[in-house]
Write a protein that binds this ligand. Structure first.
Ligand SMILES: Cc1cc2nc3c(=O)[nH]c(=O)nc-3n(C[C@H](O)[C@H](O)[C@H](O)COP(=O)(O)OP(=O)(O)OC[C@H]3O[C@@H](n4cnc5c(N)ncnc54)[C@H](O)[C@@H]3O)c2cc1C
Length: 411
């Protein structure tokens, strides 16, 4: 079949790779000059179910709104607030009796995706920056409470984790500063930190060598109401496809603006700062998330990447002037680990967040139009798995995991 993929972030590229391996004819349209230049450019890198924890659940409304209005915990707002309609849908999702089932679906997806990533890596002998394990650092016992449902579901799914005290935590990450208050941590030995952009570039090379055509610098116009399988790009002849897969990140809403698909997608910006390791002995071995600030510090080969913040609205400041919290958390936990006075990359990326915290995978309800979007904070973690699932669905094969709760039927 002839298939168009709109968007060449990590989701679009991995989807194209799976489709070509199923024998389809695939074209990827990307508005930027290259792949992985938007949300997939400089992610924190966490993959696996341990850190797949959504902001949807019992008690989350008061927990998040308190931070939102006081602008604590890395949350910032500019200009008009979050639309009331989105907030209403989110608060309903938090109170839903199905919330545990939804969290479990995310864990399943993260675990499956990690397996698919591993199989692609082994099959093609790929080499990209990756380190094993991740930690959530807790400064007090009360921080553990937020994770109770998450841990219960991990246990039910037999996903390994350990609750560590401060001494045990230091054995996993020996460079953690002893001057910072550390109560303990949650350790996820099977999770990992890996470089999303590096993997995506490698996946693109393989896809291209197998016949995927990447059309970069080509912005696809919103799909027409009458003929949604006709791809229109200014300056190119219109082209009809058998299937169209929307992997357009935060651009998804615009692509679908002529269709009656009411997606509650919200743009939430975040930042990362990447700098060279100064002294390996002072640097993290893998990735840690500071539970109180929700800022992570992770190892990317010879660099350290600090990531966090949840920002809504237009911040007039440059990324480099908006990241003081990231430097603070880096200096709290790994003082002197990175060469922050030398070349530092400060980056701002935009997450596409659906009100119920879950991604949207599968048919859009319009024949031939498929969605792989709304991945929020976990698109890298979910990429390889959702790509394979979409390719299986289009090819009429049975999916290897249950997708209940992740489809369009919920809107
Ligand atoms: C600070 C930060 C840290 C993060 N850390 C992690 C993490 O640790 N682990 C994790 O799993 N996830 C993380 N994420 C989330 C992750 O980055 C995203 O979920 C993921 O990159 C989304 O991939 P994507 O391909 O859907 O979107 P994108 O990478 O944004 O790709 C979408 C592509 O579609 C293109 N496009 C859009 N509209 C059109 C159009 N009309 N025509 C042609 N092309 C179009 C865009 O140019 C873009 O290249 C993080 C995000 C941020 C912001």
């Amino acid at each position: 079949m002839k298939i168009a993929v709109i968007g060449a972030g990590t989701l679009g590229v991995t989807t194209s790779l799976e489709l070509i391996s199923h024998g389809h004819e695939v074209k990827v349209f990307e508005k930027n000059a290259g792949v992985a230049q938007e949300a997939s450019f400089a992610t924190a890198g966490f993959i696996g179910p341990g850190l797949t924890h959504s902001w949807v659940g019992p008690g989350m409304v008061s927990h998040i709104l308190k931070r939102y209005f006081s602008m604590q915990g890395g949350i910032k707002r500019h200009g008009v607030g979050i639309p009331a309609g989105w907030l209403l849908k989110w608060s309903k999702a938090c109170a839903s009796p199905h919330v545990e089932m939804k969290q479990a679906a995310m864990h399943r997806l993260a675990q499956y995706s990690q397996e698919v990533l591993k199989s692609i890596t082994e099959q093609h002998g790929l080499n990209f920056e990756m380190s094993a394990g991740s930690l959530i650092l807790l400064r007090s016992e009360s921080e553990l409470a937020t994770y109770q449902t998450h841990l219960k579901l991990l246990k039910q799914a037999d996903i390994p984790f350990k609750q560590l005290d401060s001494m045990e935590t230091l054995k996993v990450e020996p460079a953690l500063s002893s001057s910072e208050r550390l109560w303990g941590s949650l350790y996820f030995p099977n999770d990992a930190v890996a470089n999303c952009r590096q993997f995506t570039l490698l996946a693109k090379q393989i896809a291209e060598s197998q016949g995927v055509e990447f059309l970069t610098g080509k912005e696809v116009l919103p799909l027409s109401a009458n003929n949604p399988l006709m791809i229109q790009v200014n300056g190119m002849p219109d082209e009809k496809f058998d299937h169209v897969i929307v992997c357009s990140g935060i651009g998804t809403k615009h692509i679908l603006k002529n269709q009656s698909i009411p997606l509650p997608l919200l743009a939430i910006h975040g930042y990362t700062v990447s700098a060279a390791v100064r002294e390996p002995i002072d640097a993290p071995l893998s990735g840690v998330l500071d539970a109180s600030s929700m800022v992570s510090v992770s190892r990317m080969g010879q660099r350290i990447r600090v990531s966090g913040m949840f920002e809504h609205g237009q911040n007039p400041k440059k990324p480099v002037d908006s990241v003081s919290l990231l430097y603070k958390v880096l200096n709290d936990w790994f003082p002197g680990a990175a060469k922050t006075t030398e070349i530092v990359q400060a980056w701002k990326g935009t997450r596409d967040v659906l009100a119920d915290g879950l991604p949207l995978i599968g048919s859009s309800g319009i024949p031939g139009v498929w969605l792989n979007a709304g991945h929020g904070n976990h698109g890298w973690s979910f990429a390889c798995g959702t790509a394979r699932l979409i390719a299986d669905m289009i090819s009429g094969r049975e999916c290897e995991i249950d997708l209940k709760g992740l489809g369009i039927e919920r809107y």
